[in-house]
Design a protein around this ligand. Sequence first.
Ligand code: TXA
Ligand code: MG
Length: 315
Amino acid sequence: MQISQLQQAAQYIKEGNVVAFPTETVYGLGANALDPLAVARIFEMKQRPSFDPLIVHIADLADLALLTTAKDERVYKIADRFWPGPLTLILPKTNVVPEIVTSGLPTVGVRMPDNPYALELIRRAGCPIAAPSANKFGRISPTTAAHVRKQLPAVPFILDGGRTKVGIESTIVILNEKGFDIVRHGAILKEDIERLVPYSPSTEINHTVLAPGMVKSHYSPAKPMYLSTHIPAHARNRADAGLISFSGKDTEGYKAVLRLTHSNDLFEYAVNLFAALHQMEEADVDYFVAETVPEKGIGLAIMDRLKKAAYRYKQ
Ligand code: TXA
Ligand code: MG
């Protein structure tokens, strides 16, 4: 780990600037979560609408009390088990958390990332760091420093920690009277959390209110993308097309094929997914197809990303 880089990144945060940094999921675009002006720079740089709240990152469990009024023992049970790790908890916020971070909601999303650069950056900056994924709003999430540079060339500093090891964004969990609900699927599965707290899903109507940033189109590549189950008639010429493959089957004729796992491992597919979308965006193909996977386990998180990425190009 390059200490001078970390020190420089921390200095930027202390001075109210934004920096891109690695977490175990995707790269984040971070600023001091307690400084509304610094947080405003994140929204500006990402061209993110103000209704979409940010996740606040902490490095020590003791910092949780600064951000939330929750005394709920379930919170500490979940945090103890899964932090540091790819799980965000939506919690009632304290007055210390500026409204711009939470888009005016009475709750704040908090997580402790499992990445040594992220943890050290937060500690050196001396404040919690608010950070969305470091991409332009609605576009593909970044899993390398190069992905960040491609979409956000104006970011003043990128802390390069190599490729992220989980590859898709954190599971977002909300607690209700009876148990927990998941508002965004990720690598920590419902089944994992159910060992600690009962699963208690909210209604669909409640969902749009609970997770305001969850829009139908997201992660969009700059060229048409189709799901293998919904290839339109005008996109059947494989000679000009790319394929993101899971099973390794039916790959004949495509100009470019990316096989994301050779052992049918869905976690490996998830780790490589955003990098594959970036690669297809840059490849010499007119459009590309992504093979769908079963919607169970981490397949739920993968299909959530794939459906949203292909949404813009849906017939
Ligand atoms: O893995 C991750 O979570 C990455 C890394 C950088 O930590 N971050 C990330 O942030 O994915 P972002 O901004 O791309 O997604 C944050 C989403 C929002 O769109 C929103 O749906 C939800 O988190 N969220 C944040 N605060 C919330 C709140 N108070 N209530 C409900 N949903 C919230
Ligand atoms: Mg994002």
